[in-house]
Structure formats: C-alpha cells, structure tokens
Design a binder for this molecule. Sequence first.
Ligand SMILES: Nc1nc2c(c(=O)[nH]1)N[C@H]1C(S)=C(S)[C@@H](COP(=O)(O)OP(=O)(O)OC[C@H]3O[C@@H](n4cnc5c(=O)[nH]c(N)nc54)[C@H](O)[C@@H]3O)O[C@H]1N2
Ligand SMILES: Nc1nc2c(c(=O)[nH]1)N[C@H]1C(S)=C(S)[C@@H](COP(=O)(O)OP(=O)(O)OC[C@H]3O[C@@H](n4cnc5c(=O)[nH]c(N)nc54)[C@H](O)[C@@H]3O)O[C@H]1N2
Ligand SMILES: [Mo]
Length: 758
Amino acid sequence: MSDQNTVQYEGPAGGWGSLRGITRIFGDEWPTPAVLDTLAHQNKPGGFMCTSCAWTKPANPNVVEFCENGAKATIWELTTRRCTPEFFEKHTLSELQGWTDHDLEHQGRLTHPMRYDRASDRYMPCSWQEAFSAIGTELKTLDPKSVIFYASGRASLETSYLYGLFARLYGNNNLPDSSNMCHETTSVCLKKVIGSPVGTSVYEDFSTCDAIFFFGQNTGSNSPRFLHPLQEAVKRGCRIVTFNPVRERGLEAMINPQSPTEMLTGHETPISCQYLQVKAGGDIAALMGLCKHVLDRHEKAQNEGRSVLDLDFIERHTSGFDAFLETLRATRWDEIEQNSGLTREALQAAGQVYVEAERAIGIYGMGLTQQVHGFDNIAMFVNLLLMKGNIGRDGTGISPVRGHSNVQGQRTVGISEKPELVPMDKLGQMFGFDPPMEKGMNTVEACEGMLKGTVKSFIGLGGNFLRAIPDTDVMEEAWTKMRLTVQIATKLNRSHLINGEVAYLLPCLGRTEEDMQASGPQTVTMEDTFSCIHGSIGRRKPASKHLLSEMAIVAGIAKATLAENPKVKWDEWLGDYGLVRDLIEQTYPEEFHDFNGRMFTPGGFYRGNSARERIWKTQSGRAEFTVPKELSAAGFADAAGRYRLITLRSNDQFNTTIYGYSDRLRGIEGTRDVLLINPDEMARNGLTEGQIVGLASDAEDGRDRFVGGLKVTPFNLPDGCLGGYYPELNVLVPLSHHDVESKTPASKAVPVRIVASG
Ligand SMILES: Nc1nc2c(c(=O)[nH]1)N[C@H]1C(S)=C(S)[C@@H](COP(=O)(O)OP(=O)(O)OC[C@H]3O[C@@H](n4cnc5c(=O)[nH]c(N)nc54)[C@H](O)[C@@H]3O)O[C@H]1N2
Ligand SMILES: Nc1nc2c(c(=O)[nH]1)N[C@H]1C(S)=C(S)[C@@H](COP(=O)(O)OP(=O)(O)OC[C@H]3O[C@@H](n4cnc5c(=O)[nH]c(N)nc54)[C@H](O)[C@@H]3O)O[C@H]1N2
Ligand SMILES: [Mo]
C-alpha cells in the first residue's frame, strides 16, 4: 500500500524536531535553572541514571548523553508544580476520575502522605507514622496469600531486593511487576531455549555486526539513544532490516542532534535498507520465510561444496534441528505469505541479507512479546539466529530491548512470582525464616484474583497498574472491593483514584533527588538492557520536605507489619544502602562480587550471561530449536469485519504518563483519540477522514467492550490492521488475551470491529 493520502511525518528522527520536542516541554514545565545541571549529569558515571528507558549508558558518554524522551522524563520529575493537600481538598476522587491521564500527572509532584477518606471521597493528609501503622495493622489481619506486591520497573536494585524480601518474610511470592505486561515472554522463552532469560548482545557487538534484524521495536520513540550506534553501524556498512506493520520514522532515517554538521546540512542517514510491513501477529510466518530462504541457499551452496548453515555449531551446540527442518520443509510459501502479509520475494530479499551476513544481531520489542503466541515469535527468532551460529560470538546475539530503566534488574534481585527463580534457601539462611515456596501471582493472575474476590489487597511500588492492565473497565469495578490499597508514587495517576476500603497514597523521592539517610547521601543502582549495573546519585533538592525514599517507605511498612527478627535490620539498612548491596552480593555472589567497589565502573559492570559463553542452561544442556504451534501469532481466526488492533505508544508519552498530544514522528497532532486505518480499508468500510467512530471487542468470549469517540485517521498500515493508543484502548484488550506461556497481555493484535460511535 502506498504512503499517499496518509498521515505521516516527513522529517528524520532526531534532528531539530527532537530539540523542539524538548523545548516545548521546557516552555510549559520550566522547573529551575538547576535542571540544566541535572541533564548534564544524566547517564554519566557519577551522575544519575535516566528514569526513562533501559537503554545502556556507555563508558564514553557524549557531552549530552540524553535523548528527547529522557529529557522529557527528567523535566517531568523536576517540575515546579505541586499536587498538595489543598488540591485534594478541592477535588473529590469521583470528580478526578473524569480527568485525563495527562491532566492528573500535570498537577505535579505529590507532596504529603495521604489517607483516603471514604465519607468525603477525598484524600486527607496524614503522618507517615499513622500511614505505616494503619497499613501494618491491616496487613497483619489479612491472609498473606491475598496480598499483591506489585513493582513497576523503576525502583532501584536496593529497594527491589528489600521489597521482595519483605513479601517473602510476610508470607507470599505475589510479586508481579510491569515486566509481566512487557518482556515476560522474553524471560520465559529465552530461559527455555537458550537457558538465560535476558539478551545475549552487549554494546560493543553493534560495532562489529554485519546485519541487524529488527522486529517490533520502535527505537525512535522508545530508546532514542540507540539510534546513535545504529547510525554508526549503517555508516560502516552494516545492513538493517525491519519488520513492523507501522513505518516508524526512527527506523527509516535519522539526523544526529549531537552532530552540528548533520543538524545544519539536514543530512540524514537512512537506517533500514529493507522495511517489511508485516501484518500484526504475522512474525512467526515471516521468520519461517526467512529460515526457509536460508535453508534453500544452504542446499544450493552445498552443491558447490559450500555451507550457509553453521553445521558445526548446530551439531555441537543445539538440539531439535531435525524436527525444525521437517517443519520448515513442510511449510508452504503460500501459507507464509498469507499469514505474514508479505510476498515471497520480499522475504527472500530480507533472507538474503541474513545469508550474506557473517555476524547478525536480532532485536525485538513489544511487537513480538505482546502476542498470544509471543513465545513462538521469540523462539522462531532464536531458530533463525541458531541456524548460522549467531548467538555467543562477538557481533551477534538475541537482543530484547527492555522497557523501564530497572525492569530487568528487579527480576535479577528477586522480584518474581516464581520461587524457583530465586535462591530461597539462601534467603532462608541469611534471614532465619522459611521462605514461602508456593508460586505467587503474576499480573494476569492478580487481576483474576481481584475479579474472583480472593485478592484483598494491593501494594504498588510505583506504576499505574489499573491503567496499564487489560479490561480496565471491569478491573476498576473489582478494585473497589479490596480491603487495602497502597500506592507509592511521585505523581497522581488513575490508579490512585479508585481505592479499596482502606487506602493510602504515599509520595516518594524521584531518582534525580538527593536521598539523605543516617550515613549521608545515598547511591542507588540499576541494571540496563545489556545486563550492565550502574550507580546513580540524585543531587536535586527533594520536591517536598515530607517525601521519603522508596527504601524508607518499604522499610516503614515492613517494620510495622513483621515480627521482630534479629537478622532483619531495617533501620541499619535504611541508614546505609551499601549494606543492602552487601546483602545482594551475598545472595548472588557470581554476578555481584565487589558490588560496592564496582558500581561506578564507566559503562557499568557486566553481570555476565552464560548463553553468551555458549553454556546452555536449558533442559537439554543445548540451545533449542523449537517448532511453533501455529503460523499466526495472533491467536484468533480471521473473520469478516474483524480487525487486529495494535495498541501503540506515541512519541509524547512514557507508558501511562502522557507528556502531551504530539506524536511527532508519526505526524499525529492534537489528539490521542484516533483510529489509524489505511485508505483502502477506509473505502471498504465507507469511512471518511475525520469521521468519529467506535471500536468494539470481537473476542470470542462474547463480552461487550467498547471505546467511542475515535477520529478516523488515514495511516499507512497493512490491510486487516488498525492502530490506536495505549492506555486509552486497554478497555478493549480481554484479560484472557495473553501469551500462552508467560501470560503477557497480547496488546499488539487485539480482535476488534469498527462500529458507529456511541
Ligand atoms: N518515550 C518512551 N520510551 C519508552 C516507553 C514509552 O512509553 N515512551 N516505554 C518503555 C517501556 S516500559 C517499554 S516495554 C518499551 C516499549 O518499546 P517497544 O518495544 O518499542 O514497544 P511499542 O512501542 O509498544 O511497540 C513496538 C513496535 O511494535 C510494532 N508492532 C506492533 N505489532 C507488531 C507485530 O505484530 N509485529 C511486528 N514486527 N511489529 C509490531 C509497533 O508498530 C511498534 O513500532 O519502551 C520503553 N521506553
Ligand atoms: N494496551 C497496552 N497495554 C500495555 C502496554 C501496551 O503496549 N499496550 N504496555 C505494557 C508495558 S510494556 C508496561 S511496562 C506497563 C506499564 O505499567 P506501569 O509501569 O505500571 O506504568 P507507568 O505508566 O510506567 O507508571 C507511571 C507512574 O509511575 C509513577 N512513578 C514515576 N516515577 C516514579 C518513581 O521514581 N517512583 C515511584 N514509586 N513511582 C514513580 C508515577 O506516579 C506515574 O504516574 O503497561 C503495559 N500495558
Ligand atoms: Mo514495558
């Protein structure tokens, strides 16, 4: 389909547009001159680590080592606006429920601990001691199995370690985190097929690879600093091939805002040499096509005595290759074309780039993980890489791009609902208790428990759970039936407006702010997407003198809840976070030896990855080829009038934090209430540009779900696919619509139909 008559952005990613994006926020949100000083230290050794994405922080940072969206995140945290008790006196929570996500967070930083008063439907200020002791009293009465300890992927390694310990001392493994809605598919799949739950590439691999395959990751918006190594790679001849239903500008071309010449001349670097607009949910088939082409070339080469496959690697390091070959041979090109929405020729051309590359990296994001057969998407990607030995060599690897700045690290230090992933014996010895061994609830299971009424309490360490999960309408209703809800947050969001019987909103320091404890100002640490650990020091004056650090809040609640235990020293740990790093080191000595000594290593210290060394901690002791269950990842059949809805992030949001209404890189301005659809599909449905329509669920559970008021916007998308924004469209995602293996909600191919707006 052509780009004509569709909304689009002609400029490159980066460039002047990104600077305008930052200054627009500056203009509106100008905090203090100190913000410039803070930005100057962003992502630098001795500075603080950006609160935006999990992209790595290089050892030799640029003078300005932040991007448009990292700057927005910092400025958003350093705002001079304050959301005070006076604000809550003026507004009931029922009234605030009518506000947009943007308007709620735009009130600025929360300043006081608040207790929800049901009679007046308002938050009232309270003391920290009152909050802790009321929460402790409630938790002591509740059955530990009915309490959820959620974490959004920002809290530091130190806080996360103690949060996990608190849940286990209390008596459960109910530790879902935002990863459950994000890269849980990765953690489950990579663990199964290569024996390590995280990516195998490191930053240096981007300097030596010959090809990069990109599936369903939007670098320009979600990890913009990644565009620099990509641009460098292209300049030295590396070829990039992208699979994405949307033509994302960042993967088409960029101008480096840090290069005066490029900025002045407008010279842009094309990023992808081939861009394949795969159908949403079409990646298993597309990858099968690539693999089929590799096999075909291999068989031809064999006639000439050459080899395309890395037969030695396959023989020595993998299992399951024969079954995979059989499936590959049995899968027909017409099935592949139909399921991927791509032609055989296009797939062969892409496959040829792979055949010719000596070293290839596979990158992916939510386009692969948030699918019903997301596991098979990733397993197929690994199959492709294994065919040519592209895991465990320099310049190669499987590389999921993680979301929140410490989401990977939270899992590393024990925030997991799966007890088998945590060294429980060791925790038991260190802290003198019997850790719970029963599997805890992940995000979807926690929601199911709330619907059934078995979950009675939710503690949220950051995030906006109620807005980020599927079936948001139904979940909001169930939420109010809980006994206790506690939210630890920096800014007001919708999850704070819908409360259990007893509810507290507890404001915390942000990562840019000074965290002063008994032993002096504290450092915290984070793990990036390449498994490198970095220290981070906040230097700004806290937004309010009533704020506590996340660590202090977790310790405060824990102390008020748990019985005395001489081995559990909340006050000492809170006084010196270095002691918590010692505990982490003791628990995970292999990865974290000399933790305190190494935390300021430029570029972070690498905690290692067995699969990178070609040590496969899988069931078979080898890397595993797998056969996908189906050719479509969507998990539902096509039907007349049924579309695959992709829920997208704009360039002007960080998850449910909506900075503004300019999705600059897609040319969509002024509103988020849009239905993106291609002109041919518009014509088929008799729709006109600007018309207002609705979307209804077309899931087979028969439940009514509806979102109205969407403006028809012509957009370059494959037939059968629609686009719109997350979180507004989460009402349409059924809770039961998730990856089969990991239960990650399948937000990237949601069955819907177009209806007249109500
Ligand atoms: N500025 C900013 N940065 C962020 C975030 C943010 O919201 N804003 N969020 C953070 C978080 S938590 C995360 S997890 C990451 C998310 O970063 P990404 O992994 O990039 O996630 P999305 O933007 O949701 O979707 C990625 C891409 O998948 C494509 N896609 C959709 N369906 C399919 C499909 O079936 N196949 C393929 N091949 N592609 C598909 C979409 O068009 C989109 O370009 O970013 C992190 N960084
Ligand atoms: N339909 C659909 N749904 C999705 C997705 C999708 O692509 N489509 N993506 C999913 C993904 S990948 C993710 S990760 C989840 C995101 O889910 P969450 O991580 O739960 O949500 P966020 O929007 O990142 O949380 C924003 C809130 O975090 C709080 N906050 C910010 N900084 C701090 C801090 O330093 N400390 C504390 N304590 N609080 C802080 C602020 O109050 C802010 O309002 O959403 C998921 N939901
Ligand atoms: Mo995420």
